[in-house]
Write a protein that binds this ligand. Structure first.
Ligand code: KIV
Length: 294
């Protein structure tokens, strides 16, 4: 007889199983909403892990939210890899997707494969994401053929926002909606395991869902998609820049950070901090000897 007592761990305390592509597909089949969020460093990854999200994207939105660039365009592959490696160290169970930055995959299939391999090899990503249909469909197929899972991204694609007329909703005419829908289907046919729909009318996304068999993650695409993604800094209220209409704020972390920082500054200036409980001590005899010898 075993001496180990049998205890049942409450399901709320049980670590979720690592997210895999089959589990993600199963969630879609079962109609269980998929939760995806961006993260850019070790602490944000730990937060996503503890909150129990399913998929973490190291988005190139980090160009703005953590590196202070005016858009996603300037961020380099090396910068993205540094962010993704830090996220990897803070995650255990969510699927980790790395965003291929602008200029790192569009040139050729070889370039796309080489960049995707760096995300897997150097940063430990499980999959990569790329933007647009068009030539990106062939790039996605090449990366998938090289053994790396790919998530597509259509609708508002920030890397090519200028060509799309700015950061605005897409697919608001029948012609545009058809173009977005055809891109999503082409990415599915190329073998993408999932696709992100960004900033398109809810009714267009709902219609597209009829033809999309892979898990579809929405951001500003209504409620019919299989899951939702939001930018970490938007949903927690950390980012001070422009926030899109679809980004619901679930906390006001920035206000807490500023308040805490201001209190710290005030206590340093008033000499209330540090207090004795923050001091280290030294034995009296050691102190006396030190003072004598100094
Ligand atoms: O970079 C990013 O954060 C993204 C999400 C908005 C999907 O691509």
């Amino acid at each position: 007889m075993s001496a180990t007592p049998h205890t049942t761990v409450p399901s709320s305390l049980r670590e979720p199983l690592p997210m895999t592509l089959p589990r993600l597909a199963e969630k879609k089949r079962l109609g269980e909403p998929i939760v995806m969020v961006t993260a850019y460093d070790f602490p944000s990854a730990q937060v996503a892990q503890e909150a129990g999200v399913d998929v973490v994207l190291v988005g190139d939105s980090g160009a703005m939210t953590v590196l202070g660039y005016p858009s996603t365009i300037p961020i380099s592959t090396d910068e993205m890899l540094m962010l993704a490696s830090a996220v990897r160290r803070g995650l255990r169970t969510p699927l980790l997707v790395g965003d291929l930055p602008f200029g790192s995959y569009e040139g050729s299939d070889e370039q796309a494969i080489a960049t995707a391999q760096r995300f897997v090899k150097e940063a430990g990503c499980d999959a990569v994401k790329l933007e647009r249909g068009g030539t990106s469909v062939a790039r996605a197929r090449a990366i998938i053929d090289a053994g790396i899972p790919v998530m597509g991204h259509v609708g508002l694609t920030p890397q090519t926002a200028t060509a799309l007329g700015g950061y605005r909703a897409q697919g608001r005419t029948a012609r545009q909606a058809l173009a977005v829908a055809r891109d999503a289907v082409a990415l599915q046919e190329a073998g993408c395991f999932s696709v992100v729909l960004e900033a398109i009318p809810a009714a267009v996304a709902e219609t597209m869902m009829e033809r999309l068999e892979i898990p579809v993650i929405g951001i500003g695409a209504g409620a019919a998609t299989d899951g939702q993604v939001l930018v970490f800094h938007d949903l927690l209220g950390i980012y001070d820049g422009h926030v899109a209409r679809f980004a619901k704020r679930f906390a006001d972390v920035r206000a807490h950070m500023v308040a805490g920082m201001a209190e710290y500054a005030a206590e340093v200036r008033s000499r209330a901090f540090p207090a004795p409980e923050h001091f280290y001590s030294i034995d009296d005899d050691q102190l006396e000897q030190f003072r004598t010898e100094f």
